[in-house]
Design a protein around this ligand. Structure first.
Ligand code: ADP
Length: 477
């Protein structure tokens, strides 16, 4: 991906901020709709029910008071209603069996027919009640038949126009609206503040990633809070730490490697210049110089071979490991080193347990053993000793290479596995060392699940211990 493509801004409609704010608002809107409908509908329903009970019972009381032969005249009905007193209703009608109005609390319809749905229903013995809420008032009506000795003598119609309950409901509605408005404003503000805070912190992270991507590995991101984003920032910083370390190691390696290659090249240059520029140089000197050029070229070759070996190990290419018998490989290394050891008067002694197998490749195991044994000879003293021991310890295989040589100072014991690290540069050079042998040993052992460590040997010399997991039944395989 192009750098520009990665850094371009996310459009607002696709941004996390918008999505976050929208989700927040949708949830709040749903809550508000619920808040503004359910309580109002529930209270309306409650008022309807209480109105029905109270109106129907009032109508029934009137109907039973009117249930008598004398009541079914205009005077009779008026008398009974007077006795009953003011019922606190908007209107009360008393009708005869045909719906003719005998009594009207509003004094308007006496002598007319009450063309009301409720009256017709009551005369037909049907249960009826109607209530509605409009313009801040509850308007309710019902009618009940007047029954005397099983006969329908007429009906009582009652009607109520209640503005108090209506007002109460209007107040509830208004309060809910005010609360909703406050919640909406608060939600809007909060959603903007929160989403901005999140995007700001994400922006900080993104900015840090870009800075590190440009190669500034020392940059770290600092995020406040203790949420997942802070965790993410912590992980990112850890990752950058590792990247920085790796980068430093890589830089050091490249500079060390170029330095190591430069030295023999400079020697070669010097030697060739001497040959070319010296007028009457004698053939023996030329031969000597050419010999030196040859050994410098050998050194270059060794360094490049070791570098290549390390590069292959770094690449971590899969290996076709197989069961390898350690004693066999150790004997091969002994065979190869014998002439060198003899030349510097070092005695080799091998204590090899037979039938001990590890899962490795022959070449890798040989490389490990040969490098350690060669060091044991190179850094030894004339007349010194070198022991190689292979034994099985529980489910592991322990290989020790021990010498009576110059030893390694305590402070250097762990550093000898670092690339290009040498305790005594001159001695290593003189012995043809590259400072890479032990790094190769360590990386190769690691690659096959093994470890290698160095210890000082008392009273003198060094002991290297390699431990591998045992490969059981290697013989059968
Ligand atoms: P080199 O090619 O220089 O031998 P190595 O990686 O094999 O590089 O070893 C690194 C350094 O560790 C050597 O230069 C040497 O100083 C020290 N060293 C390794 N093996 C021994 C040993 N058996 N005794 C003393 N010093 C050792």
């Amino acid at each position: 991906m192009e750098a520009g493509e990665q850094t371009k801004r996310v459009p607002l409609w696709r941004s996390l901020q918008t999505k976050y704010a929208l989700t927040y608002l949708v949830v709040i809107a749903a809550v508000l709709v619920l808040l503004n409908t359910y309580p109002v509908l529930a209270s309306q329903e409650m008022v309807f029910q209480s109105k029905q009970t109270s109106l129907q019972s009032q109508a029934s009381v009137m109907a039973s008071a009117l249930a008598g032969p004398d009541s079914l005249s205009e005077e009779g009905a008026a008398r009974v209603m007077e006795v009953l007193g003011d019922p606190g209703l908007s209107r009360v009608l008393v009708t005869g069996p045909s719906g003719l109005v005998l009594y009207d609390s509003a004094q308007r319809a006496v002598g007319q027919y009450a063309l009301l749905r409720e009256v017709a229903a009551a005369l037909g013995w049907e249960d009826n009640f109607r209530s509605d809420f409009s313009q801040g008032a509850f308007h309710s009506r019902t009618a009940t038949p007047i029954v005397y000795r099983g006969m329908t003598l007429g009906a009582v119609y009652v009607e109520e126009y209640d503005i108090f309950a209506g007002q109460f409901l209007v107040n509830v509605q208004q309060t809910l609206r005010t609360i909703s408005l406050v919640i909406t404003i608060a939600a809007l503000l909060l959603s903007v503040v929160f989403s901005k805070a999140i995007t700001r912190r994400l922006g900080q992270l993104l900015g840090a990633i870009r800075i590190v991507r440009e190669g500034e590995y020392s940059h770290r991101v600092k995020l406040s809070g203790r949420d997942e984003l802070t965790q993410l920032a912590g992980e990112f910083n850890d990752l950058t730490d590792r990247l920085q370390t790796t980068e430093e190691v890589r830089r050091r390696f490249v500079s060390d490697a170029s330095h190591e290659l430069k030295t023999p090249l400079a020697s070669i240059r010097l030697l060739t210049d001497s040959i070319l520029q010296t007028g009457d140089i004698d053939p023996d000197t030329v031969r000597e110089f050419v010999g030196d050029i040859g050994s410098e070229a050998d050194r270059l070759q060794r360094i490049t071979e070791h570098l290549l070996a390390l590069t292959r190990l770094d690449a971590g290419a899969p290996v076709a490991a197989e069961p390898v018998e350690v004693a066999l490989v150790a004997r091969r290394a002994e065979h190869m080193l014998e002439p060198l050891a003899r030349a510097v008067d070092i005695s080799l002694s091998m204590e090899l347990e037979e039938g001990v197998w590890v899962r490795c490749t022959r070449d890798d195991l040989y490389q490990i053993l040969f490098n350690l044994m060669e060091n044991g000879v190179k850094y030894n003293l004339p007349g010194g000793k070198l022991w190689v021991r292979v034994r099985r310890v529980e489910d592991r295989v322990e290989i020790t290479v021990e010498d009576t040589g110059v030893g390694i100072p305590a402070e250097d014991v762990d550093k000898v596995f670092d690339r290009f690290y040498r305790v005594d540069k001159a001695r290593s050079r003189a012995a043809g060392g590259t400072g890479l042998g032990l790094s190769i040993v360590q990386d190769t052992a690691k690659r096959h699940g093994g470890t290698v460590s160095a210890q000082r040997r008392e009273p003198e010399g060094t002991r290297f211990t390699v431990v591998f997991p045992l490969c059981e039944g290697g013989e059968e395989e």
